[in-house]
Design a protein around this ligand. Sequence first.
Ligand SMILES: [Mg+2]
Length: 429
Amino acid sequence: MSLRFSGLTNLNSGSPIKVETPAKSTSIFASNVFTLKVAREFLSDEAFKSLQASIRAHQKIDRSMANQIASGIRSWAESKGVTHFTHWFQPLTGTTAEKHDSFFTIKSDGTPIEQFEGDALVQQEPDASSFPSGGLRATFEARGYTAWDPSSPAFIMEIGEGKTLCIPTIFVSYTGESLDYKAPLLKSIDALNKAAVEVCNYFDKNVSKVTSTLGWEQEYFVIDEGLFNARPDLVMTGRTVFGHSSAKNQQLEDHYFGSIPERVYAYMRDFENEAYKLGIPLRTRHNEVAPAQFECAPIFEEAGIAVDHNSLLMDVMDRVARRHKLRVLLHEKPFAGINGSGKHNNWSMATDTGVNLLAPGKTPKTNLMFLTFFVNTIKAVHDYADVLRASIASAGNDHRLGANEAPPAIISVFIGQYLAKCWPMLKKG
Ligand SMILES: [Mg+2]
């Protein structure tokens, strides 16, 4: 009890910290990302084409090209004050992982040099023994490899005064099994591309690539650091495990879309600026329905990049909150009796000819390509419901599903009134 009272006396009631915001977000957008535009500047014609082909058509990058690309990335990173690099990956912990290495090395004759070669860009062998593997292997055989994913651009993470070059990677075992969330995602994107292009070609021979697109939404709670520290359950688990509901709770739901408190507003602008520098296209911010709950959402992107950006943003949000003497709760169900924090996925497929395959258009009844993807997507959800359900099951999310305003723990498909009317017609056909 006294802990909670001292938490209250430690409340950080001071004015919000000042956040320098540029007049236009475009002036800082992707300034810390090795975009294709930057690549054009730092790579030879040959190396640039090789990188481009690898991103667009998944073509392999050979060793000499990898050396050239690595050296271009290092020149860019050093021009921005970077001294270290890391393979950045997503092990089965729900967070991101990084092990920093310096560009600094010593040659055989003892000369110190700065170096970043193709081998270091393409593959690393972090000691992976302590990452979860679902019982896949024992500690003594726990060799794991990270491998460069060129489809997601390298970026520079700024932490205080320090800057680190991050290379997005997949994480696999010595025997080739996926040990992360990224490798299965990339495999599924590739499988869907192959299958969907074949179907599209019945309707349009010009389609050569189908991309999965994803627009996520991130809900979160923000609380004062003093109050956070007064709750050992929050500190230890990210959620409250006992306690009492407040008198008002969520009953009036008047927090939803309400005016944003000034201190939280400063926090939002601060992490948005950090996100823009990393090329995360945040668009929306608002109060969510539970007390002290908020939401942000970016413009949709290719699914692999969108997932990287979500993982990256959660990390950024956590760091920036501490700057403001706040704590962000990203747990899916931090408090009983009020809404948890969902991560809604607005998912679709887009062709390289610019067609959204799940957009019904003005005349869905006669849009045969749409109807084909529409029924097949529903069939896929039906046939693979168990895999879908397993992929969203976590200790946190299973507290949320089926509770306040969250979707039920079973999977269902809602297609809307108009398309429901088309449905019997399709069955007859
Ligand atoms: Mg929401």
